[in-house]
Design a protein around this ligand. Sequence first.
Ligand code: GAR
Length: 210
Amino acid sequence: KTKVGVLISGRGSNLQALLDAAQDPDFPAEVVLVLSNKAGAQGLERARKVDVPTGFIDHTLYEDREDFEKDLDAKLREAGVQIVCLAGFMRILTPWFVEKWRDRMLNIHPSLLPAFKGVHTHERALEQGVRVHGCTVHFVRAEMDDGPIIGQAVVPVLAGDTPEALSARVLEAEHKLYPACLKLVADGKARVSAEAVRIAEGSEPDSETV
Ligand code: GAR
């Protein structure tokens, strides 16, 4: 099985979706380490519950972003991590770290990229009056919320939606999309070519969810 390290900063509901998927003996990846840059992150508790090793690296103790990332990188390598999943990890990573994990680091973002990079995606989607919204899993590049797209899930924007209602609808889609995309990558069926991901023939995900 492919060894996965998950980086979180908070709630960890996407981490939970990955942990749940990995319970299936046929799932090609296992979570071997969860690291947080926030001490009280709820996701740490989720990992402990299923006996997955956790770590906390306090970024405020580092003057230099790269020194923080060197420790992060060392912990991932010690655990034998092959793929990194960012799951609500709210620190921008330097090009140094991003290059080290090029095509081996995934992120989930709560919008249909390249629309609505950054924060407050649901509020902005409502302000813009888009009729569909959703989430994206992509390989990480140095530019924020940028990189070859592995999968996307679309949800409708409904009349009377609040940011909270829309966010809940997207989150439900995130929890299906992230494990599906990790599976594709772990199976070697999502490869980057000319900065776009090519999905192996016969492995195209169900268009309703991915
Ligand atoms: C998720 O909605 C994720 O897409 C988003 O943060 C939330 C984390 O929730 N990520 C970003 O905004 C990254 N730019 P979770 O901790 O419950 O998985």
